[in-house]
Design a protein around this ligand. Structure first.
Ligand code: ADP
Length: 486
């Protein structure tokens, strides 16, 4: 199949969260399965310097944006056979210090930036000589693409336009802007109604995608059903219920070529399920790196996260205060809301032998925390897929999670299935429930047989992309009416 993917972030070129990991892996593994894959993404500041193999792509692109025609230059890169990356270069929009925000403030022209990017995706799809049969877009930034494609198919002589798929990685981010922003799309206003692009008199980019894509997916089966309820639906549960017949949940895979405990350039000491000794050495190295006392017998917990409400960061802060009377260490890597950053810095300052905090973004340290931790804390309020719980399983850091979305799908609690148990789950969104989960982890830590059992189960759990790609192939094939291996 000929498939064009589009995303505002792609690892390792740009990343703020799991979206980047997922899209990069999906592109790579679809290409490895023999499909022709393109992946469109913005050329942000610094990418060209870090990837000097980028080549100019000779396809002039000029797209409408409100009252103007705006040109873009394209650059390409072929990281693996069968996968071509197309970078959209428009310095006015993308040569900036951040992807979406600067100094924690959203860029005021984000609607224009991503309407422009979406137009580029649709125009590119139409002009590529390898003729994509299917466009798979990810999250609100490219939510407009399915409508642009449909509109051109209906009214602009695009014979047989591609089918479209929208994946919702996080329903909480919808790209909602004032109604007049809709005029940036150059589309007729008859799409701007409550069953289309309009959301309470405003323009909603994700909703536009949900209303007009041929198929919808989200990144875990549990989240797919959760978002059709008022509790998790972020105001779109009604529309999602009406589109339930085209909505599928496919749990993200893990790129084990990258997230590996052997031959990993980020890890000082390799280890594996068969030969676990290196993990203790990685723990000691992490304690040293984070200026914690190097103590083999103290249980070490870790978290790597955006510091946002979604991630249950307030619950973490509350639970840590309570649990810190125990022999216990905690390492956090994250950035996000100022108040949370300050609160964690303050906690570390008050408990320097127990809590170490690194505010910022550090891909290498993320690997070292997974490798050095005995347990991984992830008390998310909601979690569309979540990757870190799956990385933790593979790295032998037993996950302690709230049973929601992909956390519930990926982690097996002892009460569900004792022989297969690989983590600890709790249900209630409360500090009390998290404290209880941490206490269970402490008990587990002091029961070496059980700890080995949980860890061994986790390390052999297979969340590879093989399964996820097969599910996407089946979906694409259904849409195109062809066999899955076409
Ligand atoms: P989300 O996409 O909601 O942020 P996921 O668990 O799906 O959550 O994915 C988060 C990804 O981002 C993981 O790969 C995680 O390691 C990474 N990540 C998050 N914050 C940081 C950080 N401060 N430094 C390094 N990696 C981070």
């Amino acid at each position: 199949m000929n498939i064009l993917l589009a995303s505002a972030e792609v690892h390792p070129y740009s990343k703020t969260g799991g979206l980047a990991d997922m899209v990069a892996a999906l592109g790579k593994f679809l290409a490895k399965a023999g499909h022709r894959v393109g992946l469109v993404t913005p050329l942000y500041r610094g990418i060209q310097g870090r990837f000097p193999d980028l080549r100019p792509f000779d396809l002039p692109l000029t797209v409408p944006l409100g009252g103007k025609m705006v040109p873009a230059q394209l650059w390409t890169l072929t990281p693996v056979a069968g996968l071509t990356l197309y970078f959209v270069d428009r310095p006015e929009f993308f040569d900036r210090a951040g992807l979406y925000t600067e100094n924690k403030v959203e860029y005021p022209d984000n609607a224009a930036r991503f309407v422009f990017f979406s137009q580029c995706v649709a125009h590119l799809a139409r002009q590529l000589d390898w003729r994509p049969e299917l466009i798979h877009v990810h999250d609100w930034h490219v939510g407009l693409v399915p409508l642009l494609v449909r509109h051109q198919g209906w009214h602009d002589a695009w014979a047989r336009p591609p089918r479209t798929v929208l994946t919702i990685h996080n329903l909480a981010y919808q790209g909602i802007y004032p109604a007049e922003t809709y005029s940036l799309t150059n589309l007729p206003w008859y799409y701007f109604h409550p069953d289309g692009a309009e959301f309470h008199n405003r323009f909603n980019l994700l909703k536009t995608g949900i209303a007009f894509a041929d198929a919808l997916t989200t990144v875990s089966p549990r989240y797919a059903s959760e978002i059709t309820t008022p509790e998790f639906g972020c105001g779109l549960d009604g529309l999602l219920r009406s589109r339930r017949n085209v909505l599928t949940g496919i749990l993200n895979g893990v790129d084990y070529e990258e997230w590996r405990t052997t031959d990993n350039p980020h890890l000082p000491h390799p280890y594996s399920a068969e030969d676990i000794a290196g993990k203790a050495a990685d723990k000691a190295a992490l304690q040293k790196e984070m200026n914690l006392p190097v103590r083999a017998d103290t249980p070490l917990f870790g978290t790597i996260t955006r510091l946002e409400e979604q991630k249950g960061v307030d619950l973490l802060l509350g639970a840590l205060e309570e649990i810190l009377t125990n022999d216990f260490q905690y390492v956090l890597l994250g950035s996000g809301q100022q108040a949370f950053e300050d609160a964690f810095r303050d906690l570390a300052a008050r408990h320097p032998t127990k809590v170490a905090v690194r505010i910022g973004y550090d891909g290498g340290l993320a690997h070292r925390i997974e490798a050095g931790s005995d347990f991984y804390l992830m008390p998310s309020r909601f979690e569309p897929s979540g990757l870190n719980q799956m990385y933790s399983l593979r790295y032998g850091a037993v996950p302690v999670v709230r049973a929601t979305g992909g956390l519930d799908d990926a982690v097996v609690d002892v009460r569900e299935n004792a022989p297969a148990a690989n983590g600890i789950k709790f249900s209630e969104t409360s500090t009390k429930a998290l404290v209880k989960g941490i206490r269970k982890a402490l008990t587990l830590y002091h029961s070496p047989e059980w700890l080995r059992h949980f860890r061994a189960n986790g390390m052999k759990t297979d969340y590879s992309w093989k399964r996820a790609v097969a599910e996407y192939e089946a979906l694409y094939a259904r849409l195109l009416g062809v066999p899955a291996d076409a």
